[in-house]
Write a protein of this length. Structure first.
Length: 229
């Protein structure tokens, strides 16, 4: 008689903290990672019109960031900035609040992802970049890095084992960029969108499009039967 199958233990993304992520999945934080350094060194190319629009967004952010709730921050600042970054391409596009799940070590990771860049037209297929949190600094009571890495670990099951994945989370005006490669991850220092960093933030966001395009060009697509998230 076959032993009964053990159902995986469900653990939503928003319940993870970085200590648990490192312990359960064996991740290790690296101080220096070439992939992150190269990403952060993306050259800044903005037109004069884009510069004016970014400065207007920045002024609005400075005035309201302490008062905005999460939805207001998304609506008034993040949405317009993401449009300026022009992240949609022919082979991949942004998806918001889409489900993602994976079973790893008898644990089912699941939840809705705030923002991801993935292949697919109406349904995300292979995800490569995650943007997470949209949180205000004041009053936060969770671990944005832990949640972001939980999503990225789930995405590893949909990509080749050595594939580099990219991510970002924000707290108020501060942006942190994250790279995950196999069991190692690295996190940038804060980029302050209320200061001159806003132009580098856009450059880094645009650079991830180049990386994703190169990945898609080099890696064969997964079979349709296992592509869908």
């Amino acid at each position: 008689m076959n032993p009964p199958k053990i159902k995986p233990r469900k653990r939503p993304f928003d319940t993870w903290i970085i200590d648990d992520i490192e312990l359960v999945f064996g991740l290790e934080r690296i101080d220096e990672m070439p992939a992150l350094n190269d990403w952060l060194a993306a050259p800044i190319h903005v037109s004069e019109r884009e510069r004016e629009q970014l400065l207007l967004l920045q002024q609005y952010l400075r005035k309201n960031v302490e008062a905005w709730n999460e939805d207001e921050l998304k609506f008034y600042f993040l949405g317009p900035l993401m449009l300026l970054a022009q992240l949609e391409e022919k082979l991949f596009k942004p998806f918001l609040q889409r489900p993602l799940h994976a079973v790893i070590h008898d644990i089912e990771l699941s939840g809705k992802v705030d923002f991801m860049l993935a292949t697919g037209k109406t349904v995300p297929r292979q995800p490569y970049f995650f943007f997470h949190e949209y949180k205000r600094k004041r009053g936060r009571n969770n671990d944005p890095l832990g949640q972001l890495l939980a999503e990225m670990i789930a995405a590893q099951t949909l990509n080749p084992p050595s594939q580099i994945l990219y991510g970002c989370y924000i707290l108020g005006e501060d942006w942190y960029f994250v790279v995950l490669q196999e069991k190692n991850y690295a996190v940038s220092l804060a980029f302050d969108a209320s200061k001159q960093d806003i132009f580098q933030i856009v450059a880094v966001l645009r650079q991830v499009k180049v990386y994703i395009a190169n990945i898609i060009a080099q890696v064969p697509a997964l079979p349709a039967s296992i592509q869908k998230i």
